[in-house]
Design a protein. Structure first.
Length: 304
């Protein structure tokens, strides 16, 4: 399986357009590398690609990725489909940007599919432009995604949290609102776990991590009080907590938990623009590096 990390920043990207926090300022002067909003692409052989999440930056991400060069016909694209982990705007707004492409298949867990149709409304909007097939990714039930040549990946949605998007706080849908995806290649045996939104370390998550070759995990915040500390905003630690992201650092943080899995390639994504690990010179980044945990740049590709 081929994997591309198309974007590795949390909602707002890095730098965020209206933010002058220390990290965003360092990004604007070029001291720290920019990052686009979180999403990845996977493919069995490279002939057909599946996005996992569709960020608002998807157009720039696709155009800058050689694997997505349209061919062989003038309107043929290697993009075959999209899988969604959740219905957050930073993971779903990109669907609107893909409206020029017909015949896409989109898989979403039930609550996410409901929100996209009834709360966000993107499904109805896109339907006015192109015919897409909308599929339910039933949590816990393995399904196939198949590229045009017939090669396939096996995918399972795994419920990880009940955190709703803000626009869907009154939605009629029942959770789970956030899933991770376990993706495996039956041809190579390679396995990936992609979990960009993790409110807490779910029951059974250690077994999941231990059973894959690579995990791409929620690294939004380094500390539990990071947002108010970095931006001086009224966003208190309580509100940061309600955003549903386990911090990297501290007791019970995800780094401590990832240390139990040195055999697995461990990558943080969905990095918020306030996160000090964005700066390669920071002690927080050094701590990750010493633990063998990575924060690779946008555009990183690898095979499993
Ligand atoms: C999140 O990951 O917490 C959300 O995407 C926040 C947001 O952008 O609304
Ligand atoms: Mn997000
Ligand atoms: Zn910032």
């Amino acid at each position: 399986m081929k994997v591309v990390l198309l974007g590795t920043a949390a909602g707002g990207g890095f730098p965020q357009w209206n933010c002058a926090c220390r990290m965003c300022a360092a990004c604007r002067t070029g001291e720290v590398t920019t990052r686009t909003q979180d999403c990845i692409a996977v493919s069995p052989t490279g002939r057909g690609w599946f996005l996992v999440n569709a960020s608002p930056d998807i157009r720039a991400q696709i155009v800058s990725t050689p694997e997505f060069t349209p061919s062989p016909g003038p309107r043929d694209t290697p993009l075959s489909g999209v899988l969604l982990t959740d219905a957050e705007l930073d993971h779903a707004l990109g669907l609107v940007m893909l409206r020029e492409g017909g015949g896409l298949r989109v898989w979403a867990p039930p609550a996410v599919a409901h929100a996209l149709e009834h709360d966000f409304g993107v499904r109805g909007v896109v339907a006015r432009y192109r015919q897409w097939d909308w599929e339910i990714a039933e949590p816990g039930t393995e399904f196939e995604v198949v590229e045009p040549g017939g090669e396939r990946l096996l995918v399972t949605a795994i419920p990880v949290s009940g955190k709703r998007p803000r626009y869907a706080t009154e939605s009629a849908a029942e959770g789970p609102w956030v899933c991770a995806y376990r993706i495996s290649d039956p041809a190579t045996g390679g396995t990936l776990l992609y979990a960009p939104c993790l409110a807490a370390w779910p029951e059974g998550f250690d077994e999941l991590v231990a059973g894959v070759d690579c995990v791409v995990l929620d690294g939004t915040f380094h500390s539990a009080e990071e947002m108010p500390g970095a931006t001086g905003s009224a966003v208190g630690g309580g509100e940061q907590k309600s955003m549903g992201h386990i911090p990297i650092g501290g007791p019970g943080g995800s780094l401590e938990l990832l240390r139990a899995h040195p055999r697995v390639r461990r990558i943080y994504t969905h990095l918020n623009n306030t996160n000090p690990v964005l700066d390669k010179g920071s002690p927080e980044h050094a701590e990750l590096a010493a633990a063998g945990v990575e924060v690779p740049p946008d555009g990183t590709t690898f095979e499993l």
